[in-house]
Design a protein around this ligand. Sequence first.
Ligand code: UDP
Length: 328
Amino acid sequence: MAKHVLVTGGAGYIGSHACKALQAAGYVPVTYDSFVTGWREAVKFGPLEEGELSDRARLDEVFAKWQPVAVMHFAALSLVGESMQNPGKYWRENVLASLTLIEAACAAGCLDFVFSSTCATYGDQDGVVLDEATRQMPINAYGGSKRAIEDMLRDFGASHGLRSVIFRYFNVAGADPEAEVGEQHVPETHLIPLMLDAIAGKRSALTVFGSDYPTPDGTCIRDYVHVSDLVDAHVLGLKWLEAGKDSSVFCLGSGNGFSVREVIARSRDVTNQEVPIIEGARRPGDAAKLVSGSHRAVTELGWQPKRSDLRTMITDAWRWHQTPDYER
Ligand code: UDP
């Protein structure tokens, strides 16, 4: 019998790649998406159910129809800057909506739950290589909202037997190597796609957000992970739960940090073109450095990142940017 997995946000960047990986692993991904930020064209690997996360009746209907073995919960608002200006939106649409989803999953007896959390739950812990045991001290409402959902999962674990694998992502980048799906946000706020758009002349320049951080070249350092590697970890997380193992948290980083200027230099190498730059002010809510190891994911989950070197991530993103599906 087909094993269905309910993928919230399956029409989004990471969710669509997860659907491809789930299909390749023999599951049937059922995308649940409101299309506020997702793309219909990205739903290519399984059935679609349109709906809002906050719509309990609709969720109940979808759980009853597909009887999923697990939930993969990607749907979320994820803009740090926006979360600083409009925290209510993040607490409502991330936290409250996730509560509705968790309650619906528990009511349906779907008790395996894979959750996409974030390094933004750690806040700004200068110089520390973050891991699962590092204290979470978010400095923006986005990170706060994700930490709250982690807490809810633990509480529902104790009360309802919900078992969760929580992945704390660092910076997700790149695109499907076959360019079937890729990153497409409106508005786009992420460094690599904005830079590639500037190179392609689709925007006038890339603004570097702050050059006075306490880092070697003054720009922020981030740990970039290829989206295909990231979703591979999710399939392993699902298998972890199916094998009956305990709820767990895994950091998904590469252990390597790259500054904004280093990413710009590598993009210049990959595309053989100049990156037009404007030196701008700091963006509120940005930590100077966020780097994680992935020791636990590698040793316990058996995760083997294959494409998370900067050159491959930019090459794959650039390839996706050349396809007709990528529009700006
Ligand atoms: N960044 C930048 N200019 C941009 C977008 C991002 O300088 O137009 C910087 C940002 O300040 C951060 C890094 O690039 O240090 C990565 O930002 P992104 O928004 O891609 O991911 P985040 O770290 O917010 O998850």
